[in-house]
Write a protein that binds this ligand. Structure first.
Ligand code: SAH
Length: 219
């Protein structure tokens, strides 16, 4: 199947919807989304929709990946933390724009598949770990950028603010229900002052404390 015309149509659609950063569009264009979706959804890989990836999780809608990546203002020297690796698509897009991506996923089985995929496709600047991302990744902190691809119910976990470098940006969805969720951009100034900006409404799967092995307990 020649997916090129569909991919070009998708890029045009994203541009029309506000993803105008050429580097971000280029990174999406160079990421074969068909490799990240289950085989039965491959013919819909370049539709602008979220799709199931197993364990009740989804690969994010391309428009949301584009808008969140753009909002993150990623640069080539940046060290980026992602919470919610899922199938690895967002990490793959980010990896083309920054120095290294560190990504945490709470579902071990999902992550095992994703690690195989990333290795097969030759992504060498993505490091993943299985565990509860709400604690961040203290051993690797600080991060220039943090992106969270699951929605926190209440507020931004303190670990994310602590592990964000001065001058850093955090982009994440917040909100208890899918009908009332927004992406927020949080900046940490050089002096540590935090400012918050509400961007747009979204529908993300929830950010869940703990891991399935710990029976979801927040320990
Ligand atoms: N970034 C993915 C989106 C995956 S959906 C993509 O590019 O398609 C969100 C993911 O966040 C799910 O895989 C879910 O298991 C994971 N997740 C939810 N809560 C988490 C937590 N506390 N720590 C790590 N991952 C979490």
């Amino acid at each position: 199947m020649n997916s090129e015309p569909r991919q070009i149509r998708l890029i045009m659609e994203l541009r029309g919807e506000g993803v105008i950063d050429a580097a971000v569009l280029g990174a999406i264009e160079r990421t074969a989304r068909e490799e990240f979706v289950p085989p039965q959804f491959r013919d819909r890989a370049y539709d602008n929709t979220a799709l199931p990836i197993g364990e009740g999780q989804t690969i994010s809608q391309p428009l949301i990946v584009g808008l969140m990546t753009q909002a993150l203002e990623v640069g080539p020297r940046h060290k980026v933390l992602e919470i919610g690796t899922g199938c690895g698509y967002q990490a793959a897009v980010l990896s083309k724009l920054c120095r290294r991506v560190y990504s945490i996923e709470r579902h071990k089985s999902l992550l095992a598949e994703t690690n195989k995929r990333l290795q097969r496709l030759g992504y060498h600047n993505i490091t993943t770990i299985a565990g509860d991302g709400t604690r961040g990744w203290p051993e690797q902190a600080p991060f220039d950028r943090i992106i969270v691809t699951a929605a926190a119910r209440d507020d931004v976990p303190q670990a994310f603010l602590d592990q964000l470098a001065p001058g850093g940006i955090l982009v994440m969805p917040l909100g208890a229900t899918t009908s009332d969720q927004h992406v927020w951009r949080i900046r940490k100034a050089a002096d540590g002052a935090i400012t918050r900006e509400r961007l747009w409404p979204v529908r993300f799967v929830p950010l869940i404390k703990g891991t399935p092995d710990s029976k979801g307990r927040a320990t």
